[in-house]
Ligand binder design. Structure first.
Ligand code: MN
Length: 390
């Protein structure tokens, strides 16, 4: 089995449909340009039947980036599939992504349909989609809570009908790595080389990335994810996290993606500037504090050798500089280093004087000190030393 993992980005679809994340067509185009630059394999641009805006977004992304693999979402019904096909008219590598729920709870309460009906509708939608495009993906919505044998049965049926990718989502973020890995393994073994198994995990229990990783080990070769992990409720698997796990821990995970990691930070920043919120400060890879060191012992070690406390070179993900936050936990070494960066070479005496003044202020601060404040303290200290000498 190939070690290439395809990155299916759904920032513009699952991400966009969550609160505070709506994007206009021009905004989706700006984001799509960045995602193409980042090297995502498949770009899901919208759910064309849902709104005119979604239809137009898929059409616009297809026109603007004709060689990108663009996906449009559709329920398993004629109207949806036809609308998705139409929105993809200008794409050179169009993908129709059709889905229907398969779990007992969704069948009973939401669809009020039997497994046979759902299977027939899935097969019919895939056949119809294949009349429009070569590349069809089928998703078994709420797959993680579906009986494994029915999941296997419907997966085989849609592949026989022409689907090339079978996605088994953990729609409600309920699964665990061990359980999900076993389920994905069963489907992957059943399909063999006939289709790519995909995963789409939600983060309701904070396990979206861990579940996606377990799925890759079990044979999944497409991961659906979003920039900053945005998406329905607690969000989707974070693109930057899954990509950097595979890169950083290639010793344990011998797989690779086509992502140009140096664009990860700018992709995150661009998304934050378009939607209403950014990642939390302590978010892995792209958070403001992801490469910041404040504790004195950490700063001292980091300055002697970065790898003592840093497992990823910030430049490799496009973060301009590893940041030392100068706060009450900082030591002399970091303070001296910051002064050097600011253009001041300090004597031992000056450093001691500055350190004394610095800790007195930093003790009462939740946030670290700004560079200007440090320079002001330095000058204050130098004046005091001068006065003492006079
Ligand atoms: Mn989803």
């Amino acid at each position: 089995m190939s070690d290439r993992v395809y990155i299916f980005d759904t920032t513009l679809r699952d991400g966009e449909q969550s609160p505070g994340c709506s994007m206009t067509v021009p905004e989706k185009l700006r984001m799509a340009r960045k995602l193409v630059e980042l090297g995502v394999d498949i770009l899901e641009a919208g759910f064309p039947i849902a709104s005119e805006g979604d239809f137009e977004a898929v059409a616009a992304v297809s026109r603007e980036f004709p060689w990108a693999q663009v996906a449009a979402l559709a329920r398993c019904c004629t109207l949806d599939v036809e609308r998705a096909a139409k929105s993809l008219a200008h794409a050179r590598r169009p993908r129709i992504h059709t889905f229907i729920a398969t779990s007992p709870i969704h069948l009973k309460y939401k669809l009020k349909k039997s497994q046979e009906q759902v299977l027939d509708e899935a097969v019919a939608a895939v056949e119809l989609a294949r009349r429009h495009v070569d590349d069809v993906e089928f998703s078994a919505e709420d797959g993680a809570r579906t009986e494994p044998d029915f999941l296997e049965k419907i997966s085989k049926a849609v592949v026989a009908a022409g689907a090339r990718t079978v996605n088994i989502p953990d729609t409600v973020g309920y699964s665990t790595p061990k359980e999900y890995g076993a389920l994905i393994g069963q489907v992957a073994r059943a399909l063999g080389d006939c289709a790519i198994v995909s995963v789409h995990c939600h983060d309701d229990l904070g396990l979206a990335v861990a579940n996606s990783l377990a799925a890759i080990e079990a044979g999944a070769r497409q991961v659906e994810c979003t920039i900053n992990g945005i998406g329905e409720r607690a969000g989707n698997c974070s693109l930057e996290e899954i990509v950097m796990i595979l890169k950083t821990r290639s010793d344990s995970y011998p797989y690779h993606t086509g992502i140009h990691a140096e664009h990860l930070f700018s992709a995150s920043e661009l998304l934050s500037s378009i939607i209403t919120f950014g990642p939390q400060p302590n978010k892995a890879i792209v958070g403001r504090n992801a490469f910041a060191h404040e504790a004195g012992i950490h700063q001292d070690g980091y300055l002697k050798e970065k790898t003592t406390y840093e497992i990823i070179d910030p430049h490799s993900v496009g973060v301009p500089e590893g940041r030392l936050v100068l706060g009450k936990h900082s030591g002399r070494h970091a303070l001296n280093q910051r002064c050097k960066e600011l253009g001041f070479t300090l004597t031992r005496e000056e450093l001691d004087e500055l350190y004394h003044r610095f800790t007195a202020v930093a003790d009462h601060r939740k946030k670290g000190l700004m560079d200007e404040e440090i320079v002001a303290l330095l000058h204050e200290g130098q004046r005091a030393l001068q006065a003492a000498a006079d």
